[in-house]
Ligand binder design. Sequence first.
Ligand SMILES: [Fe+2]
Ligand SMILES: [Fe+2]
Length: 203
Amino acid sequence: MPQTIATHMNARATFKRMEDSTKEDFEIIVPQAIQHAQALADRVLAHLKLLQGDYGGFPIDRYSHCLQTATLALRDGRDEEYVVCALLHDIGDTLGSYNHQEIAGAILKPFVSEANHWMVDNHAIFQGYNFFHHVGLDRNLRDKFKGHPHYERTAEFIELYDNPAFDPSREILPIETFEPMVKRLMAAPRRSILLPDADARRA
Ligand SMILES: [Fe+2]
Ligand SMILES: [Fe+2]
């Protein structure tokens, strides 16, 4: 990296309270924020790999489960956005022991349709249909969403991709298959408070 850019990227604003910040401060901060955001996909992929070796008693580790869910979606002809949702749907398992689905939903929200976001954000209740009754919970908890426009989409995601993705004897494509998809999806946010007109630009 040329020295001038390196120096620029090491520059620091000097305010001690945000209310004292200036336009000049943000001329220092914004380029660094853009650079940071451009590496988001790399950080997400690195975080996904934290699930490697994390079995939690399951037949395959959580990383392989994510890869197999994405593999099933890809082989079934789903589009790239959907496949990335499948890949990342359980990325929240490391930090969201009580709400992992919402962690994944929040990470994906700027980049996906409202339908795909809702599907990821609520997938845990729908997967619960397959096991909640084994742990003293109501397997029909998903019924509270009956009639919701994305109920069927989410039930289908579970049935076709999340539910069967615990099988070490079935195909599990490597992360290299999915890395370019994550990078393409996360290169272009479509909604964020930091991009108030992003939806308009994409429409
Ligand atoms: Fe999950
Ligand atoms: Fe899952």
